[in-house]
Design a protein around this ligand. Structure first.
Ligand code: ATR
Length: 277
């Protein structure tokens, strides 16, 4: 019997942990599937998706830089993928390509379930307004914080992102504002770094006064790319957390979409942390 086929597509993709995570989910839920990683040429995403579907592929995760193309390629797009203008999970069914985005749910689940910080009524500072920030803003609003400030070096990009989410924020009674990186208010309960600044070796781009004592300071990166931010957060009295849990939780939500079963993510996160230590 041939196994159901899944993969992660990206460029680069060599260091992706997704095949390992999905293999553990499959083991722990007694599901039979094969999940591999595929390096896709930068100009070859649509071709690669067609070839994977022809091979019998059931679904794939999408990582940089194809998340926008993935959303554009779909025949059906979920509301959260539409708000993000990007998709990290495609499902292939009866000739259709269904695009969803589980990055934001992954972040919110990691913050609320794994880190134990309830977002409802809190004040959140989201730094960055690129693809990573766009992928999580909708689900962050759905967690009903009192306010979310989107702060970005280029203010116009933050304003655009806020504008696109304004109706949702109004419905959820979350005060949503755009700001540049200077002159931010102090005392946020939760600060989320969704900028690529750590990758470029730059300093954390906001003042430490934005952190309330004991605040959660979260970097969506993990591994060496997150270290500078985590050190900065700890030095300023915050609880620091990297994005490894978000990675595992977005995978769990993808697995749920494909297999109809939510896998146990916490033990898999603990195992992955032990491996990467
Ligand atoms: P991603 O998909 O990872 O979000 P992106 O769409 O290129 O990548 O967005 C990168 C984000 O990091 C942007 O918010 C960018 O700010 P600008 O919109 O002003 O470009 C932010 N960023 C990158 N390097 C930065 C730095 N050194 N300081 C502050 N912000 C930075």
């Amino acid at each position: 019997m041939s196994m159901d086929l899944y993969c992660v597509m990206g460029n680069p993709v060599e260091h992706s942990r997704s095949p390992w995570i999905h293999a553990r989910f499959a083991e722990l839920t007694g599901q039979s599937l094969h999940y591999d990683k595929r390096l896709i040429p930068l100009d070859g995403f649509a071709t690669a998706v067609s070839a994977f579907v022809a091979e019998g592929g059931r679904g794939c995760n999408i990582t940089v830089p194809f998340k926008f193309e993935a959303a554009a390629l779909a025949t059906h797009t979920s509301e959260r993928a539409m708000l993000a203008l990007a998709s990290n999970v495609l499902t292939f069914r009866d000739g259709d390509i269904l695009a969803d985005n589980t990055d934001g749910a992954g972040l919110v689940n990691d913050i609320q379930r794994n880190a134990g910080v309830d977002l409802q009524g809190r004040r959140v500072l989201l730094i960055g307004a690129g693809g990573a920030a766009a992928g999580v803003l909708g689900p962050l609003i759905l967690a009903q914080p009192a306010g979310i400030t989107v702060a970005n070096r280029t203010l116009s990009k933050a304003s655009e992102l806020v504008e696109r989410h304004a109706a949702l924020a109004l419905l959820q009674k979350t005060e949503l504002t755009a700001h540049d990186l200077q002159g931010l208010e102090a005392n946020f309960d939760v600060l989320i770094n969704a900028t690529a600044s750590s990758l470029s070796g730059a300093e954390v781009p906001v003042a430490a006064s934005t952190l309330k004592p004991g605040a959660l300071a979260y970097d969506m990166m993990y591994g060496p790319a997150a270290q500078g931010f985590l050190t900065w957060a700890r030095e300023h009295g915050a609880v620091a957390r990297d994005g490894l849990g978000m990675l595992v939780e977005q995978a769990a939500e993808s697995f749920l979409i494909w297999r109809g079963v939510l896998p146990p993510s916490q033990p898999v996160l603990a195992e992955l942390r032990a491996i990467l230590r």
